[in-house]
Design a protein around this ligand. Structure first.
Ligand SMILES: NC(=O)c1ccc[n+]([C@@H]2O[C@H](COP(=O)([O-])OP(=O)(O)OC[C@H]3O[C@@H](n4cnc5c(N)ncnc54)[C@H](O)[C@@H]3O)[C@@H](O)[C@H]2O)c1
Length: 246
């Protein structure tokens, strides 16, 4: 069944920022494809509660096969793709001496290579529609002094470079590419990787002195995913309570 609604793909959609972004996009009237390692059932249910279509795609976004599975699903179920939010990511805090090549590669594969692979999966449909909004999730940690994140910061700086470069290559097709950098936040992943007390302590250095939540990135992502941001591309916005200053 097809309708005229725009279609958004959100990776890492089963929980945390990805779920909050998926539900917000649904609330704005978009159909949502929720990509995650396992069935994003709760996200899809919350999306459908908003009266739009939610479809789950079980995929490892760091696997090159995910390009084809995403593209096949979009073509068969919707025939279009308007928005891609590359949100899936991992952030293990590991002292550099303990970071081996396997972990280095895994972090780059999931945080950065995945964004390349997902873009390859949506680009033909975005180009044929003459419209697209790509939002890549980076992190404000790239501007902070936090030990144990060299592998992570490297991948998230890569996201910013990819965002800048890709913006140049797709502008002529009506497609914008921007990045959003959250701060340490109380998502399931955030609480598993960072002590809650550390998140609260870090918040005291922000202009807005409270810990971030999954909902705090939604407004910035919606702006960059929306039609009104068409003159903004290649940019990175830190949605972090005013911590990082460029
Ligand atoms: N929470 C924070 O403190 C924080 C701060 C800055 C940036 N970020 C970034 O925000 C993004 C989301 O973070 P979160 O806190 O919501 O994380 P989270 O761990 O709560 O959720 C991440 C989701 O991504 C999925 N995922 C992980 N690897 C995947 C893979 N290979 N293929 C498909 N799905 C995969 C997980 O299953 C999970 O559902 C990440 O890119 C992270 O680096 C988070």
């Amino acid at each position: 069944m097809t309708d005229n609604r725009k279609v958004a793909v959100v990776t890492g959609a089963a929980q945390g920022f990805g779920r909050a972004i998926s539900v917000a996009l649904a609330r704005s009237g978009l159909n949502v494809v929720a990509v995650d390692l396992s069935e994003a059932g709760e996200t899809v249910a919350a999306v459908e509660k908003e009266g739009v279509r939610g479809v789950s795609l079980v995929a490892d976004v760091s696997d090159p096969a995910s390009t084809e599975s995403l593209s096949a699903l979009l073509s068969s179920q919707f025939g279009r793709c308007d928005i891609l939010v590359n949100n899936a990511g991992i952030y293990p805090n590991v002292p550099f001496d303990e970071v081996d090549y396997a972990l280095w590669r895994r972090v780059h594969a999931i945080n950065l290579d995945s964004q390349f692979l997902m873009v390859k999966g949506v680009l033909p449909l975005m180009k044929s529609g003459g419209y697209g909004r790509i939002v890549n999730i980076t992190s404000n940690s790239i501007g902070l002094v936090i030990p144990g994140l060299a592998h992570y910061m490297s991948s998230k700086m890569g996201v910013i470079g990819f965002t800048r470069g890709l913006a140049n290559d797709v502008a002529e097709f009506g497609i914008t590419v921007n990045a959003v950098g959250p701060t340490a936040s109380k998502t399931p992943g955030g609480l598993a990787n960072i002590d809650a007390e550390h998140i609260d302590a870090l918040a005291q250095s922000q202009a807005i002195k409270r810990a971030g939540t999954a909902e705090d990135v939604v407004g910035t992502v919606l702006f960059l995913a929306g039609e009104s941001s068409g003159w903004v591309t290649g940019q990175t916005i830190m949605a972090d309570g005013g911590l990082y200053r460029s």
